[in-house]
Design a protein around this ligand. Structure first.
Ligand code: SF4
Length: 434
């Protein structure tokens, strides 16, 4: 069984790992009862994520000590980032295997199971063609498409380049093959992910982002394309054009701005100014006013003053973004920012986080109200529940992180149907199929 934590990129890694294990003669199961080996695909991005990964590892070690499973293997970013110390500090683990080359993991698991002690391996050579053989997709109605791995932006607070390496774009023909594969198997939405999706092709000195979207949209079939992880520094006119003009690309983009005040953007080394962010977001909304934008921001960054925070709060309050995630700054060893002075007290950071979360809640509640009596396109994600209602998502909502639509009416998982919204609640939308 593969137990996945962290971001959508880890979900894709688990899909690739499942394919590789199946090819190596393993059976991949979904339930602990049926498993004899558990692979924990961990996350190490920030403090909270590491704690969650450690907790999960200990839970499964507990299952092994009860005799319910035979072995526990840790892979993913925690294993990549802290491999050697994890292996020496946790002899209870059967294996600690880095995630830079997932194709090697099945053989390394075999090796781990033979040694009888904590085995550590971290293949250092990167793979960037994980779609050279098709993989399955986790949800029947939609699929992630990971177009690149690693990142060259090197924001001052971010540990990812140290874990996942520099930018590597998946060859376009492999992406098309994988996209066609999941569409032919019923996926009606492709969710485009990477550390910075708009940097696609930069590792070969090109901007291949528009061509990538165009080629995917040319695949036969009625499906949605949703783009996440757009870095505002790469929101050029050409990329904006591709996002608003390419057929099948839904009016939704995730653009993590992280902050809006120039002194903080500079200390974060985001390579984009406040004016550039404001102008590009305004341009997007001018061209497509119905566009739903999601962002993520960091509060409590070293040096963040009340004025910096107020500027961020008032920018978010202006309602350019419908959805948002607020993170408190996490001091990450090995990053530039870890050496910065002027740390913000934890209680101040916490208050700032709560204030911005209230802003996003209010924006969502207001938008949910504005959706009443509107007819929206909805991708059906589940069969009927005990109230005979389906669950689905509109074009304006991404999987796992945004609101859902609960509706009455005949529909199958994977259908895209018209739903008249009857009521907008605090969290979700209620409707009737038309
Ligand atoms: S863009 Fe910045 S924050 Fe995002 S993965 Fe790259 S270095 Fe990290």
């Amino acid at each position: 069984m593969i137990f996945t934590l962290g971001c959508p990129k880890n979900d894709v890694d688990s899909e690739i790992l499942a394919r590789n294990l199946l090819e190596s003669g393993w059976t991949v199961v979904d339930s602990l009862e049926d498993a004899n080996v558990v692979i924990v695909n961990t996350c190490a991005f920030i403090d909270h994520a590491r704690a969650e990964s450690m907790e999960s590892i200990w839970d499964f070690i507990g299952e092994r000590e009860k005799g319910n499973i035979d072995a526990v293997i840790a892979t993913g970013c925690l294993a990549e980032r802290y491999g050697a110390s994890l292996a020496s500090d946790m002899p209870e683990l059967d294996g600690v295997i880095g995630n830079r080359d997932i194709d090697k993991i099945p053989d390394l698991i075999e090796a781990a199971l033979q040694t009888g002690r904590t085995y550590h391996a971290s293949p250092q050579d990167f793979s960037e063609n994980w779609y050279n053989r098709p993989t399955g997709h986790t949800h029947p109605a939609w699929a992630y498409l990971k177009i690149s791995e690693g990142c060259d932006n090197r924001c001052s607070y971010c540990a990812i380049p140290g874990i996942r390496g520099g930018l590597r774009s998946v060859p376009l023909e492999s992406l098309i093959k994988q996209a066609r594969h999941v569409i032919e198997r019923g996926a009606r939405e492709l969710v485009i992910i990477g550390q910075d999706t708009t940097a696609y092709g930069h590792d070969s000195g090109q901007n291949l982002f528009p061509e990538m979207l165009r080629k995917i949209s040319e695949i036969d079939g009625d499906f949605w394309i949703r783009v996440l992880y757009v870095h505002p520094r790469n929101l050029t006119d050409e990329n904006i054009g591709a996002l608003v003009e390419t057929p099948k690309v839904v009016p939704y983009i995730e653009i993590p701005i992280q902050h809006i005040s120039d002194p903080i953007l500079e200390r974060m080394d985001r390579k984009v100014t406040s004016t550039e962010i404001r102008d590009r977001i305004a341009k997007l909304k001018e061209i497509r006013p119905e566009m739903a934008l999601r962002t993520s921001v960091i509060v409590g960054f070293p040096g963040e003053t009340d004025a910096d925070f107020d500027e961020l709060a008032s920018y978010l309050e202006s309602g350019h973004f419908l959805h948002g995630g607020v993170f408190s700054y996490s001091k990450e060893d090995g990053t530039q920012a870890a050496r910065f002075d002027r740390e913000v007290p934890a209680r101040v950071t916490e208050t700032r986080q709560q204030l911005l979360e209230i802003i996003f809640d209010n924006l969502r509640i207001e938008n949910n109200k504005n959706m009443e009596n509107k007819k929206l396109r909805v991708l059906v994600e589940s069969g009927t529940d005990r109230h005979d209602l389906h669950w689905g998502r509109t074009e304006f909502d991404a999987p796992h992180i945004d609101r859902k639509v609960r509706f009455r009416g005949d529909a199958e998982v994977g259908d895209i149907v018209d739903v008249r919204i009857i009521r907008g609640t605090e969290m979700h939308l209620l409707g009737v199929k038309e």
